[in-house]
Ligand binder design. Structure first.
Ligand SMILES: [Zn+2]
Ligand SMILES: [Zn+2]
Ligand SMILES: [Zn+2]
Length: 552
């Protein structure tokens, strides 16, 4: 296995890996990539680890969710989903800690990895378990124990996802292992305390595998497990490159190593997104990407402030971000740098009530009651240059952003036109006087989000519609226009508007507009096939209900 095989694999997906003075290496497009397309699918090096809190909810082998419907949702082959009442899970009768949807999935897990970790007392430690899984996986792969066609579970799900999405070559297990060996581990600059902990884990696991007589029979190992130093390198690489696996609602449920997916660099304004179909990682484009342009995903939430992003990226991945938003050396086009750098100045700041008033539910309710929901009809027409309000408060901010940007998403203008409009808005928000507290900081967003959730719990639809619309304005300002978070939020908001009976037909019409927006975004971020695609179908189904009510 060599670099040539990796190059061939990436080329078959229209990608290239090139060296970069600032970033070590980067993935660039070899051919134009349309927004909403699958760039590549990536497989896990070893079975990902489900968070202890989520174990009872997912099959450890195929990741299908308890109570889920059709088995085809995940592209896996199992009849269990067809049972009435949805998918049922059974736990391992020895450890009583891991759950499986059927005997096939259990057998794959048991033979593949579970029998080596089933009785471990340290199994609750993610590092510990992950390292053991990596060692077992690599050894099994080297001595040919994995038969691509016969391994069900991971491989079946991967093949299904690849068949339904990818256009290029399918990733071989040997390639996965090779790419893992090339990933940066940053051992030299890691925290000494962390390194000491890794050494302890590595030593313990090495001894355990010897005692358990794990068959190290490949040519590389010759009966011996990898050295402690090698095991520590595995852990370092895992830490700098691991992914949190989430479902179609973006709720994280597991952690895994996807070496090919880890080749993509980070940007705080990403043009691609990482999604999952079962255990297969799917990288999708959020916008059209031109030949030669770098394809970037995001390692952190784009909705957190500059200092926090910097801390997260430095602490976990050991780099300072050079993206257009963070604007370091080599970040590219100057105008872009100016525009997105304003964004971070805008969203910084704390939230205090006016005149030092305490921010409680009552105060917030009053604040949001002043918001006037945008008229659905005016959302359909894009005003070329909407005048910013003379004074920016929550209400005028919401109306200004929604009226300026929603029509542009609906008409599908180019990324450049959209970005130009966005920079115009940033400049207006910067220069126009605003009330205190500043209505568009991330702290306000966090508060508004928890208030939104409370109003949903209480089924206060009118209030939820207003807060939800305000949050949408904040998302439009901060996130890329086809970001899945925004699509999901629009779906919830559309339901609030539809449920708000006091809003009458105006509310129904607005719900329809927001649903169209949700559909537009989710088609790009989630696609129309597989587990993620079923969400788009759900939106369509709801859209038909709303349309029936509108009589169209
Ligand atoms: Zn299963
Ligand atoms: Zn067990
Ligand atoms: Zn950045």
């Amino acid at each position: 296995m060599s670099a040539t095989i990796l190059t061939r694999h990436l080329h078959s997906h229209g990608l290239d890996l090139v060296t970069d003075t600032h970033k070590y290496r980067k993935v660039v497009a070899l051919r134009p990539l349309n927004k909403g397309s699958v760039v590549i699918t990536s497989r896990p090096l070893c079975n990902p680890i489900i968070f202890p809190t989520h174990r009872t909810q997912h099959c450890e082998t195929c990741f299908r969710t308890k109570g889920s419907g059709s088995a085809t949702d995940y592209g896996a082959s199992a009849a269990a989903g067809a049972r009435s009442g949805g998918l049922e899970l059974e736990r391992c009768s020895v450890c009583k800690k891991r759950y499986y949807c059927d005997r096939d999935c259990f057998t794959v897990a048991w033979k593949g990895w579970h029998k080596w970790v089933c009785q471990d007392k340290d199994m609750e430690d993610l590092d510990y378990e992950m390292l053991k899984m990596i060692v077992i996986s690599i050894e099994r792969l080297r001595n040919g124990a994995f038969k691509e066609s016969k391994q069900s579970g991971v491989a079946t799900a991967t093949a299904a996802a690849a068949a339904s999405h990818g256009t290029g070559e399918q990733e071989s297990l040997a390639l996965t292992e090779y790419v893992f060996s090339t990933l940066m581990g940053h051992e030299a600059i890691s925290d000494p305390a962390e390194i000491a902990k890794y050494r302890e884990i590595a030593t313990k696991i090495r001894e355990q595998l010897i005692v358990a007589k794990f068959p190290f029979k490949s040519e590389t190992s010759r009966g011996e497990p990898p050295s402690v130093a090698e095991l520590m390198r595995y852990l370092c690489r895992f830490h700098c490159n691991n992914f949190s696996i989430h479902d179609s609602q973006l709720f994280t449920m597991a952690e895994g190593t996807f070496p090919v997916g880890a080749l993509f660099n980070h940007s705080c304004r990403p043009n691609a997104i990482v999604m999952y179909e079962g255990q297969t990682q799917v990288v999708r484009t959020l916008e059209d990407i031109a030949v030669g342009q770098e394809v970037c995903t995001s390692y952190v939430d784009n909705g957190v402030q500059r200092a926090e992003r910097r801390q997260l990226l430095r602490g976990k991945y050991y780099f300072d971000c050079l993206c257009p938003r963070c604007g370091g050396e080599g970040s590219g086009i100057t105008t872009e740098k100016t525009g997105f750098r304003i964004l971070d100045d805008l969203i910084e700041g704390d939230q205090d009530g006016e005149d030092g008033k305490k921010v409680d539910g009552e105060w917030l309710t009053k604040q949001f009651e002043t918001i006037i929901l945008p008229g659905a009809r005016s959302l359909q027409a894009a005003g070329p240059s909407l005048q910013p309000p003379t004074m920016i408060n929550r209400g005028s901010f919401t109306s200004y952003i929604i009226h300026s940007l929603v029509p542009l998403i609906q008409t599908g203008v180019t990324e450049q036109e959209y970005t130009e409009r966005l920079f115009e808005i940033y400049n207006a928000l910067r220069t126009t006087p605003h009330c205190t507290p500043k209505p568009f900081t991330t702290t306000v967003m966090t508060n508004a989000t928890s208030f939104f959730n409370t109003s949903l719990e209480h089924q206060s639809w009118a209030l939820a519609s207003k807060i939800g619309t305000f949050i949408l304005a904040l998302y439009l300002m901060i996130y890329p226009r086809h970001h899945p978070l925004m699509g999901l939020h629009c779906f919830t908001l559309a339901k609030c508007l539809w449920n708000d009976v006091d809003g009458g037909m105006t509310s129904v019409r607005l719900s329809h507009e927001i649903l169209k927006l949700s559909h537009n975004i989710l088609t790009v971020s989630h696609g129309r096939t597989g587990q993620n695609g079923s969400l788009v179908k759900e939106v369509e189904e709801f859209m038909r209900t709303v349309e029936t009510e509108l009589g169209s």
